[in-house]
Design a binder for this molecule. Structure first.
Ligand code: MLT
Ligand code: ZN
Length: 463
């Protein structure tokens, strides 16, 4: 097992000679800056290195195995499950200098990037060339593609376009033991051996360090229509979502926001868009202008039939941006309600969305807790956020257990897009069962025999 002790002065010297003294931080303020993620959980690393090549990463991992210290890869720290928090100290590997878009291959619709590229920067760059990279986590303007790969990030458009793993064709990966391998290929299909690309995507930085990424792109849709529908009650909004999910139209976003989340974000952004509505559904369709116009009309009708009191279509791009800014600001807005937030990303089969919403409301009522629900209801992925004072933690922890039990009863999953990290590690066996979990541990041990890469994540105990 990797040592939990701080890194020795001799090791710091060796690290400094690998990345250069300007790219090795050990000062207290710098360490604090790399100690937390969006869960607001924090643990101080002993040092932070900013490598610029796969070779440097390899040298660092070889050293970590020799001297047995933990190495924690980190993108922009926007993760929601503690994946980049250095819970056992050690060295944080930050990819802010590996942030180049190396190539955009327009003919084959592919991009080759380094892990520190900001997701939104790649999106803008490819869209300017008539191309499209669909995965769009709410934090797309800050998060990195390396972090998206580590957690297999989803986002608002996953309901139509899928998640990060659906766009990764190949990777360059430094294994925990220092070897540099390439997975996948620059082709749209390949069955040459085990799918190591898929094994690495979503492995939460525990099986290898990604140093280069080949991404699949799509043609940019010609037209996009965005609608906001307001409902008196969350139940009606849930039914509208279930009806649309089962229908013939595939919106590219189908988001549901409950009254608690609406009020929080309206206060945070000082806007009143909902006029006191009990729930809001945001929809977006893309395609040809004729298709989007007729689909938007059909979706509007479904929402009205389900009880929507008003449905508005965004008139132009700036109105669309305003709606999505509101949606993407929910997460930070919720921190202004109570000092603590337990944010889950449960996912159920789409038709069970109304059931899980009712169940969560019931759990909130029984425990006297404020639980806010919002998110990607179109693919069944709901962010249940328990907002609490520290004194309410015991009830909140009980509520989390009950929510997960309900999700698993409905054949759902405890994590749709944020990963297991540290926050959900105690619950993973409930979903996978002991034998599947042991297969995962065996893979971890085979690739990382000394448990130096991101230890303490996914498994309560990997050793
Ligand atoms: C979102 O969809 O806004 C993100 O996944 C963040 C969150 O769950 O708070
Ligand atoms: Zn989300």
């Amino acid at each position: 097992m990797a040592s939990e002790l701080q890194i020795s002065t001799a090791v710091i010297k060796e690290l400094s000679s690998i990345v250069g003294p300007a790219n090795l931080f050990t000062g207290p303020e710098e360490l604090v800056a790399y100690s937390y993620d969006a869960t607001r959980t924090a643990a101080l690393p002993a040092a932070v290195a900013r490598p610029v090549t796969a070779r440097e990463v390899s040298q660092i991992l070889l050293l970590a195995n020799r001297r047995r210290f933990p190495v924690i890869p980190r993108g922009a720290g926007t993760g929601m499950s503690g994946g980049s928090v250095p819970v056992r100290g050690g060295l944080v590997l930050s990819f802010e200098r590996m942030n180049r878009i190396l190539e955009i291959d327009e003919r084959n619709r592919m991009a080759v990037v380094e892990p520190g590229v900001i997701t939104g920067d790649l999106q803008r760059e490819v869209e300017a060339r008539g191309l499209f990279y669909p995965p769009d986590p709410a934090s797309q303007q800050f998060c990195t593609l390396g972090g998206n790969i580590a957690e297999c990030a989803g986002g608002l458009r996953a309901v139509k376009y899928g998640v990060t793993r659906d766009y990764v064709l190949g990777l360059e990966v430094v294994l925990p033991t220092g070897e540099i391998i390439e997975t996948g290929s620059r082709t749209l299909k390949s069955v040459a051996g085990y799918d190591l690309t898929r094994l690495i995507v979503g492995s939460e930085g525990t099986l290898g360090v990604v140093t280069r990424i080949i991404l699949r792109l799509l043609p940019r849709p010609e037209s996009v229509e965005t609608l906001s529908a307001f409902f008196p009650h969350i139940r009606d909004a849930g039914l509208a979502v279930a009806k649309i999910s089962a229908g013939p139209i595939r919106p590219r976003a189908l988001e549901l926001i409950d009254s608690g989340a609406i009020r929080a974000v309206e206060t945070y952004l000082k806007q009143d868009v909902s006029r006191g509505a009990g729930a809001m559904v945001l929809l977006e369709v893309d395609g040809s202008p004729q298709a989007t116009a007729s689909e938007a009309g059909a979706l509007e009708r479904v929402c009205r039939e389900a009880g929507a009191v008003s449905v508005t279509r965004a008139a132009d791009k700036s109105e669309q941006d305003r709606i999505w800014k509101l949606r993407r600001s929910i997460s930070p807005a919720l921190y202004t309600i109570k000092p603590r937030k337990i944010n889950e990303d449960i996912v159920v089969p789409p038709a069970r969305v109304p059931d899980i919403l009712a169940e969560v409301q019931d759990i909130a009522r029984r425990h006297g807790l404020l639980i806010v629900c919002f998110g990607h209801a179109g693919d069944g992925n709901i962010h249940t956020n328990i907002l609490l004072e520290e004194a309410e933690r015991p009830q909140a922890e009980e509520a989390v257990k009950e929510i997960f039990a309900a999700v698993l009863r409905m054949q759902g999953s405890i994590s749709g897009e944020h990963g297991i990290g540290i926050t959900k590690a105690p619950f993973l066996p409930l979903e996978t069962g002991e034998q599947a979990l042991e297969v995962m541990r065996k893979i971890k041990r085979a690739l990382d025999p000394n448990n130096i890469l991101n230890p303490g994540k996914i498994f309560l105990n990997a050793e």
